[in-house]
Design a protein around this ligand. Structure first.
Ligand code: EPU
Length: 301
């Protein structure tokens, strides 16, 4: 989608950078997605005005964070994308509290806190993505989830059109799900973390990194796990038991390392990946009578 000249001129006045015709293949860890105009929100304070302008001009918009858990449609996309710049995100520590911008890299935040002898998030070290994405999905791995550490989130609330602060106790963090509205935009977080010596945290990080390297296809293009684990079950184990590792539609393939990771082994399209997801879901339903729910967020056009 192209931004009209009137809106582009107004965005310029607001000091917002507009990048025309950006390919989402470069913005997502799957390397899949069509093309659209991108708006870079350098100043959080400008967010209400920018989104207000897009609403007034009837320009559909969506927000892309780290792009590590999203499968985006092919071709010309029917919405523009908003993005927070990732260079030099704000991060600071005060006692046991860490104040971090949502655009920060999640792993970068874990190591930053570790250097200040704040631990508790070792399990999250290899989870790709931004702090904002981790908040929205309540990212977790190896027994750690971000939710329990959250004390405050500063966010743009599309419903009110304002930047608001929500207390951790007001937010529901469930397994890969939170009570944030789909159009809430995470801006900053305050976490409270337990004190731990740096060396101890580092040892924990090393263990998690090794486990991850041994079981996940880290050097291939993926969005992490495609399906949520059903209660009491393991999506990866079921797909593996059905002999589906290496199963493919075009260049979209079930990883031969971890069966709940679907990888782009070349130039997979969104449509290839969706066909593979539906095919695997159907086979699991047929064999186990279980309906797998997507973990990856799908943006169809
Ligand atoms: N398994 C297989 N074959 C496979 C994959 C797994 O038999 O191809 C078996 C494993 O041997 C193990 C069980 O399935 O007995 C569970 O596997 P694993 O320990 O790899 O964990 P997972 O449940 O598949 C979850 C998260 C991952 C997270 C890991 C580590 C979900 C959907 N996935 O995977 O998160 O990294 O635990 O904590 O909750 C993600 O969210 O994108 C993600 C990758």
């Amino acid at each position: 989608m192209r931004i009209n000249d009137k809106a582009a001129a107004r965005l310029k006045e607001l000091g917002v950078e507009l990048r025309p015709g950006v390919s989402m293949t470069d913005k997502t860890s799957l390397g899949i997605g069509g093309t659209t105009d991108e708006i870079l929100l350098r100043r959080y304070e400008s967010v209400p005005e920018v989104i207000g302008l897009l609403r007034d001009e009837n320009i559909p918009h969506r927000f892309v964070g780290g792009g590590t858990n999203v499968l985006i449609a092919d071709g010309e996309l029917p919405w523009v994308v908003l993005h927070l710049p990732t260079a030099k995100p704000g991060m600071r520590v005060e006692g046991n509290a860490a104040y971090v911008d949502a655009s920060a890299d999640l792993g970068g935040m874990v190591t930053f806190c570790a250097k200040h002898d704040l631990g508790g998030m070792e399990g999250l070290i290899g989870v790709p993505g931004s702090v904002g994405g981790a908040l929205r999905m309540n990212a977790g791995a190896y027994g750690t989830q971000i939710g329990p550490h959250v004390r405050e989130v500063e966010l743009y609330r599309a419903a009110s059109g304002k930047i608001e602060t929500q207390r951790g106790s007001e937010i529901r963090f469930d397994y890969r799900h939170t009570s944030f509205a789909p159009d809430d935009l995470m801006l900053r977080v305050k976490l409270e973390l337990p004190s731990k010596p740096f060396k101890e945290i580092l040892a924990g990080i090393k263990v998690c990194n090794e486990k991850r390297r041994a079981s996940q296809p880290l050097n291939q293009k993926s969005a992490g796990c495609i399906f949520k684990n059903p209660a009491g079950g393991s999506a990866g184990r079921m797909i593996d038991e059905l002999g589906l590792k290496g199963h493919r539609v075009g260049d979209a393939m079930v990883s031969d390392r971890h069966a709940n990771f679907f990888v782009n082994s070349g130039h997979a399209s969104c449509s290839d990946m969706l066909k593979l997801i539906d095919d695997v879901r159907e086979r699991v339903r047929g064999a186990y009578g279980m309906e797998l729910e997507n973990e990856v967020i799908v943006w169809r056009n």
